[in-house]
Design a protein around this ligand. Sequence first.
Ligand code: GBH
Length: 487
Amino acid sequence: MAAPQTRKLPKDFLWGFATASFQVEGSAAIGGRGKSIWDDFAKLPGKTLDGRDGDVATDSYRLWKEDLELLAKYGVKSYRFSISWSRVIPLGGRDDPINPQGIKFYSDFIDGLLAHGITPFVTLYHWDLPQALHDRYGGWLNKDEIVKDFTRYSRVCFEAFGDRVQHWLTINEPWCVAILGYGRGVFAPGRSSDRERSPEGDSTTEPWIVGHSLIVSHASAVKLYRDEFKARQGGQIGITLNGDWQMPYDDNPENVEAAQHALDFAIGWYADPVYLGHYPPYMREVLQDRLPTFTPEELAIVKDSSDFYGMNTYTTNLARAGGDDEFQGNVDYTFTRPDGTQLGTQAHCAWLQDYPQGFRHLLNYLWKKYKTPIFVTENGFAVKSENSMPLDQALIDTDRVNYFRGTTAALLAAVNEDGVDIRAYFPWSFLDNFEWADGYSTRFGVTYVDYETQKRYPKASAKFLIEVRQLILRLYLSTEIDPRGIS
Ligand code: GBH
């Protein structure tokens, strides 16, 4: 049988798995690390579902060599991980000392990846703000301070690792940082207007202030990289946003409009400034002067501040006009169709159902609207009740395999049939890990972690994704067959 004529998957397409520092490293008080805002927050009663914290997680700070061996065995081309700011600069600030042990840890890890032919894909900020900066000046609420401190932290990373790292992400999912941390109050630092949840916070103003600080901090780090490092180090840098496809609930024009409004609040909030140079008009209409405005100096660095479109996406929602959830653009989300059926297979988390067609729609929408090559930096599924299953049953993660069967097919269709420019795919996650407010009760890994022994076990989904990758290499890039792989 002849191979397809279209060979649009780029030769250097990056396949790999993703994790984040606080979710895997553990060793919170080891190696000179300072506290992040998640350290104490996770220990407060009621903040995590199972009452557990990130002190050990998957113990990857200690077990990094074993993790590396497993990644190599999986034959990945790339690995996406994040750097813990407070491991590198324990107190976080621009005049605070650098921790040489923190630099050495990431430096050795990067060397290890490269020695195995694995491209490091590095996130600077995946939600673990140094606690000291929160205490000192309110963290992301204080734009003038945090922009300077984040930029200096970025400089330290570019200087220490930029000779070997060609792919940088500034900030992971700013929507989550702002809304979940300062609006709903479910993530650290847990601020909210809900006084049962938090003694302080204002959900009507703080998320929009924090969002603005995040955008300007990202842009400032990118400017620094482009001005002082890019020519020499030759890498790419950008932001990565969360965003799920929003499908109108039905043909009612109000619901069609609602789907766009939902996209404006979930994605456009960040993507419009970064790629188009302004906040979405609908956000201005709803929030008025609660949404900050960009100064001319800010706008000059914000517009075009991402070399690619970094996208984390998990699901599709049916969007319906109405409701008063401002964080969703005053749009109701549901998975139940008008005829009462469900959109897809239900995951362990209430917010996630499997609907791969939505992934293809989203890829097309982003490509048409923002015209920037897409790196899919997260995509994954948590099998319902996996945590209560015996090991042998958990390893046969059929719902997750089906999920990835759907999303990889959708990705290929988007590239080869729709002409979308996609350059990377990182399923979330390499390992089961600390799932934030869910603690360890929700498992997203393609590798099972037994938290008693810290033993790792590949699930069927890991094997599936490795096989898919090999097949694609064979079909599209026949000269590039990777001899590695799992037996
Ligand atoms: C990712 O976020 C994170 O980057 C990663 O660290 C995490 O482990 C992974 O997902 C799995 O959860 O009902 O209002 O609370 C995914 C994007 C956006 C998904 C917020 C959950 C819940 C919205 N997330 N969403 S709400």
